[in-house]
Design a protein around this ligand. Structure first.
Ligand code: VGL
Ligand code: ZN
Length: 192
């Protein structure tokens, strides 16, 4: 006989870092707003999640990901340099309520949080989630058109049921952000 259906949900906060917010080197217009909303959501919805994780863009020498003449598609101004203030989480995020941080992009571009490994012991994100029996993930953060999209598509490929909290996502560009949301929906994500 089959056992009972167990559902276990994680919240994945994607790259809610200072450099992606107003005043940062690669700011999104809604970065501060999204960070504030997510911080409030962390406090108001603790029971919704069996785990809360955060990803961080964490560049040491990411090659052509950085450029003095960025095209804002494949190359970018210097941002989220490892251990710099710009790589820190936005101050509105309650870091004491995050179970683990996953850093990515040290030596090359890495848009998906699933390229990240845990700060405490280097465990890849997918292994960390599987070890905790996570079946479902809610995804939010920055940037909708890049790292949120890549993280969502990888979560679907890994077999998680995925919801994107669209009101809690900030895009580099609203047009490509909206197109990215469509792509995520087509790939199987539920848009909330
Ligand atoms: C990101 C551009 C460059 C992101 C990271 O977090 O969406 N975007 N590096
Ligand atoms: Zn980056």
């Amino acid at each position: 006989m089959k056992g009972p259906h167990i559902m276990s949900r994680a919240l994945i906060l994607v790259d809610v870092q200072k450099d992606f917010c107003p005043g940062g080197t690669l700011a999104t217009a809604r970065g501060d707003e999204v960070a504030g909303l997510l911080g409030a959501f962390q406090l108001s919805h603790p029971q919704d999640f069996d785990a809360v994780v955060a990803t961080q863009d964490w560049h040491i020498d990411p090659g052509s990901h950085f450029s003095d003449s960025p095209d804002f598609v494949d190359s970018w101004p210097v941002h989220c340099v490892a251990d710099s203030d710009g790589a820190a989480m936005h101050e509105k995020i309650h870091t004491d309520r995050i179970d683990e941080f996953f850093r990515k992009g040290q030596y090359s571009a890495a848009y998906s949080g699933f390229e990240g490994t845990a700060v405490s012991d280097d465990t890849p994100l997918v292994d960390w989630l599987h070890a905790r029996g996570i079946t479902d993930v809610d995804i939010a953060g920055i940037a909708t058109d890049h790292c949120v999209k890549a993280t969502t598509l990888d979560a679907l490929k890994a077999g998680f049921r995925v919801r994107v909290l669209t009101g809690f996502c900030a895009a580099v560009d609203t047009k490509t952000g909206d197109r990215a949301l469509e792509e995520m929906h087509t790939a199987g994500a539920e848009l909330l």
